[in-house]
Design a protein around this ligand. Structure first.
Ligand SMILES: [Zn+2]
Length: 129
């Protein structure tokens, strides 16, 4: 029998997660299930489980994607992204290198930054009771 040649990522992730995390696609706005999640907890990388954002820094940006004004320290890497004819800053998981979303300089205080993150790139871990 032929061995399954699909790489680990494709086996590990759902097709939707794979497209976002490994192919840098953006999910349609207002489609993610974590967009309106207001529970307390931590948002982790759907690829490797590394904690990325605290629910304390989540806010409703109206953009249609989960938005945070701050990432946990040293958990994300920022990279210039010139794709699609735009100048943007890509947000990447510092542990597994997966694409998470983009960073924009129009967020609320205290940081003025907006991490616009795909819901499919995140796994929510609610605070233990
Ligand atoms: Zn990761």
């Amino acid at each position: 029998m032929l061995k399954n040649k699909k790489n680990n990522w494709e086996q590990k992730l759902t097709p939707k997660q794979y497209k976002v995390l490994r192919k840098k696609e953006t999910e349609p706005p207002f489609s993610g299930k974590l967009l309106y999640n207001k529970k307390k907890g931590v948002y982790a990388c759907a690829g490797c489980g590394q904690k990325l954002f605290s629910s304390k820094t989540k806010f409703d940006s109206g953009s249609g994607w989960p938005s945070f004004f701050k990432a946990l320290k040293n958990k994300v890497v920022l990279k210039p992204d010139h794709s699609h004819g735009m100048e943007r800053t890509e947000v990447i998981c510092s542990n597994c290198g997966s694409h998470l979303g983009h960073l924009f300089p129009d967020g609320p205080q205290p940081t003025g930054q907006r991490y616009c993150i795909n819901s499919a790139a995140l796994k929510f871990k609610s605070k233990s009771k």
